[in-house]
Design a protein around this ligand. Structure first.
Ligand SMILES: *Cc1c(COP(=O)(O)O)cnc(C)c1O
Length: 365
């Protein structure tokens, strides 16, 4: 089975397993785990922040970040397809009690005007106590539902400037920030410097089994540690898993380019097939999302599965495939052949409708 469901399906390599097996550990809740400390120091340096805190998931780092930036009843601005809003179990409502203010991003990218129009124009005749105060803007780079879209740096800065001028804090969901850097050559810290806090994942393309980090100012991270503990995120000899994350961050960032090439290879290989709608130019990193017009996406992926390719339906009429470090070029070529054989079997029912990745709200995931 060629498993392209997600880069979270990656397996730790032999060398990473050795690093994990020999990790020096302590009780992290007592701040005693040297491997966790080393990881936190290294990731905060890489992102240009004062401090960082290691947690089990990207959901936890994002949601602890949101909680630490807000109080219940505050409003938070998200792109309409943001991972923090759509794919994190309703945590902004349940854990932070915040109100979402959605921005009309296209593939996750919105404009400075979107931000300013959502914020409105304050006036002394209208009491500021009436609307929920917007305290935070979240931005996602690269954008998951947007098909691994990289934010143009200038636009990212312009959006952040608008929020900053209105006194709004900024959080970057950088679970996939490594991919933006691998694709553009712009260092992670050049993206990160526009934000108060940044969340990064080690368990996606980087190939570590577990973990994410939240980076920010020393004071903010101290506050975040309290909320991490509150949701049961205090883990003891966490150096066991932090060793894998550390290994991943040190060794696997550069090789992401290879996954990006594999994604492009896959996209090019299937773009012209009957009943497949895909603009190859939308594949900027490791995520391939394509439209299926011959069959419902759910049926299409079942047929691929029967032939040995495991991918996810993404909404009613689209499919997602993600290569990662255990996936070889040969397997990508086999995946193309499998998709081609299913597409050709159903060529007669191809309706040829166009599909635009992540263009509307709830675009599928
Ligand atoms: C995967 C991902 C997360 C968090 O993932 P976990 O599965 O909770 O570790 C957050 N944001 C984005 C953009 C992601 O791709």
């Amino acid at each position: 089975m060629i498993d392209l469901r997600s880069d979270t399906c990656s397996q730790p390599t032999e060398e990473m397993r050795r690093a994990i097996a020999s990790a020096v550990v302590g009780d992290d809740v007592y701040s005693d785990d040297p491997t966790v400390k080393e990881l936190e120091r290294e990731v905060s340096d890489l992102l240009g922040k004062e401090d960082a805190v290691y947690m089990v998931t990207g959901t936890m780092t994002n949601q602890v970040g949101i909680r630490a930036h807000t109080e219940p009843g505050d409003a938070v601005m998200f792109d309409q397809n943001a991972h923090v809003y759509i794919l994190e179990g309703g945590a902004p409502a349940a854990f932070s009690g915040v109100l979402p203010r959605l921005l009309p991003g296209v593939r996750g990218v919105f404009t400075p005007e979107d931000v300013s129009s959502a914020l409105g124009v304050p006036h002394r005749f209208f009491p500021s106590t009436i609307p929920a105060p917007v305290k935070l803007l979240c931005l996602e780079n690269t954008h998951n539902i947007g098909g691994g879209k990289v934010w143009p740096l200038q636009q990212l800065k312009a959006v952040c400037d608008v929020a900053r001028a209105r006194g709004i804090a900024l959080h970057l969901d950088g679970a996939r920030l490594w991919h933006a850097t691998a694709a553009t050559g712009i260092p992670e810290r050049e993206y990160a410097k526009h934000f108060d806090t940044v969340s990064v994942c080690f368990s996606k393309g980087l190939g570590a089994p577990i973990g994410s980090a939240l980076a920010g100012s020393r004071e903010f991270i101290e506050r975040a540690r309290r909320f991490k503990q509150q949701i049961g995120g205090g883990f003891r000899q966490a150096g066991i898993i932090a060793a894998g994350a550390l290994y991943a961050m040190r060794n696997n960032r550069d090789r992401l380019k290879e996954d990006h090439e594999h994604a492009k290879l896959l996209a090019k290989g299937i773009a012209g097939l009957p009943g497949i709608s895909l603009d190859v130019a939308t594949v900027e990193t490791n995520i391939v999302r394509f439209g299926v017009t011959s069959l419902p996406a759910g049926e299409f992926v079942e047929k691929l599965y029967a032939k040995g390719l495991y991918v996810l339906p993404s909404g009613a009429d689209a499919v997602r495939a993600i290569p990662y470090l255990n996936i070889s070029r040969k397997q990508v070529e086999e995946a193309i052949d499998i998709i081609a054989s299913v597409a050709e079997e159903h060529a007669g029912s191809a309706k040829g409708a166009a599909y635009a990745v992540g263009a509307s709200a709830g675009a599928g995931y």
